[in-house]
Design a protein around this ligand. Sequence first.
Ligand code: FE2
Length: 151
Amino acid sequence: MHLSWLESDASTPSAAPITTADLTAAGVLYERLALEDYQGSLERLKAERGYVTQDIVELHPEMPNLQVVCDKFKDEHLHRDDEVRLVLAGEGIFDIRATDGRWMRVQVEAGDLIVVPADLYHRFFLTERQQIRCVRLFKDAAGWVPEYRVA
Ligand SMILES: [Fe+2]
């Protein structure tokens, strides 16, 4: 995982230090999991936090609708369910609103587990590799619908 604040232009990484404590303050859970044996950790998370559904999502450059899918998540939005992702391969970038309104940029890679809590504004991008494969967990699959922020 790589962490950085974004400058007020919302795109330039800042040199200011950011830590997992900043993520915790915003309610974001972050852990490293061993990918050889992650299911036990996911079962613990399900029991602790009430997730009931598990699936795998993959985005890659050969997908004809890749841009359409990515466009759904590049603008600031929230969900009424937690956004739980364990990265199995590839990379992605979550920008997440800190409690003071600044953007925290979290670049995730294989072995990173991140939980963006319900009702917290964020956005998501692929890196230049344009590939990511993740396990997702849901409390209710129907609840995972983006609600966009009105500027
Ligand atoms: Fe999202």
